[in-house]
Design a protein around this ligand. Structure first.
Ligand SMILES: *[C@@H]1O[C@H](CO)[C@@H](O)[C@H](O)[C@H]1NC(C)=O
Ligand SMILES: *[C@@H]1O[C@H](CO)[C@@H](O)[C@H](O)[C@H]1NC(C)=O
Ligand SMILES: *[C@@H]1O[C@H](CO)[C@@H](O)[C@H](O)[C@H]1NC(C)=O
Ligand SMILES: *[C@@H]1O[C@H](CO)[C@@H](O)[C@H](O)[C@H]1NC(C)=O
Length: 315
């Protein structure tokens, strides 16, 4: 029967991870767990992804943003989330926040609206919201997979810090309106840069962008608002924030109160998850389940993220 289960080879990225893997492997053997765990050392996240793709490794544990990149770019899928709070394995929710006074706003009808994003190619600010818009057929990217162009054509204006950086815009033709809700620093410099000099950069910046009425919607974490309330952020826009001025927009086109993020979110992002080949999902998942017993009391829950678009990261 042993051969039915074969082995799972784990791509590790650091000495600590390697040691953990070797411990687990020894543990699995000691406990006669069906199948064996092998540990292979990857050079970096991408190398591990490449190995998983070509079959020289079966699985790797990665951070949320890497996972999105993996799911999107490599036809890989998540197997299980390593729990963050044991209850549900969720690290944070990606939510769409708007002013309560924007009464005619619906996530299903965002055409020509204005949007505020924490940063280019971030999970919260780019991958998840753009994935949602593609998923709901609000934008289509065509065969060139030119996401910035499609997003620029879709929204009236936006702030996507970093969208004009050479790294994300090698040909320099990303739409200018993706920077039009950006404000730069106090001297109107550094507009749309991918760092805090742009005052609409990051999650706090995206929230500010909506609070100051420049954007209709901000894509942020469910914690972003609370992280900037009650004097935790001393900037005047944050001191002026009133909970009752804001609301969440839900994927079904309705809206909700700020505390309803568990049912009204665009994605639930696990702290850590295991990346595997789609066709290998069940095998690795079952192996992990067997390993978990008595090895690690952390609950491994199935926090699968189904993100289907390989092309989000292509230029
Ligand atoms: C499994 O590993 C843990 C921690 O490394 C250790 O305490 C435990 O004794 C091991 N169990 C077996 C059966 O080797
Ligand atoms: C698989 O990918 C890794 C990482 O890119 C590479 O080092 C290795 O040579 C590849 N192996 C095969 C059999 O393609
Ligand atoms: C693990 O998580 C699942 C789903 O959240 C839950 O039903 C189960 O009771 C948890 N198990 C343990 C041991 O915490
Ligand atoms: C896209 O739609 C599929 C199928 O309805 C769903 O499973 C997936 O979670 C959606 N992805 C995003 C990013 O909204």
């Amino acid at each position: 029967m042993f051969f039915l289960f074969g082995s799972v080879s784990w791509c590790v990225l650091s000495d600590a991870e390697e040691q953990k893997c070797l411990d687990l492997a020894g543990n699995a053997t000691a406990r006669n767990i069906r199948g064996t765990l092998e540990c292979v050392r990857g050079l970096n996240t991408r190398d591990c992804m490449d190995r998983i793709k070509n079959g020289t490794a079966d699985a790797a544990s990665m951070f949320a943003d890497d996972i999105y990149a993996a799911g999107l770019c490599h036809g890989l899928e998540l197997s299980a989330g390593e729990s963050y709070n044991a209850a549900d394995g969720i690290s944070y929710y990606v939510v769409a926040m708007a002013r309560r006074s924007s009464s005619d706003l619906s996530l299903l009808e965002m055409h020509e609206r204005s949007s505020c994003h924490p940063g280019m190619r971030t999970t919260v600010g780019w991958t998840v919201p753009i994935g949602y818009l593609v998923n709901t057929s609000q934008i289509s990217v065509g065969e060139q997979c030119n996401f910035p162009k499609a997003v620029g054509n879709f929204f009236g204006y936006s702030c996507v810090p970093g969208v004009k950086d050479p790294q994300h815009d090698p040909r320099g033709n990303n739409p200018k309106n993706l920077c039009e809700a950006c404000i730069g620093d106090e001297n109107d410099r550094h507009i749309c840069v991918n760092n805090p000099r742009e005052r609409h950069y990051g999650e706090a910046g995206a929230l500010r962008c909506v609070a100051e009425n420049l954007g209709d919607v901000a894509f942020v974490k469910h914690t972003t608002l609370f992280d900037n309330m009650d004097g935790k952020n001393q900037e005047s826009w944050a001191l002026d924030l009133e909970l009752e001025d804001l609301k969440l927009l839900c994927p079904d086109g309705t809206d909700a109160n700020l505390d309803e993020y568990e049912r009204c979110h665009l994605a639930a992002v696990p702290a850590n998850a295991v990346v595997v080949r789609v066709e290998d999902k069940c095998r690795v998942w079952k192996f992990l389940e067997r390993l978990q017993v008595g090895v690690d009391r952390r609950n491994i829950s199935c926090a699968c993220l189904c993100v289907c678009l390989c092309v989000l990261f292509s230029d």
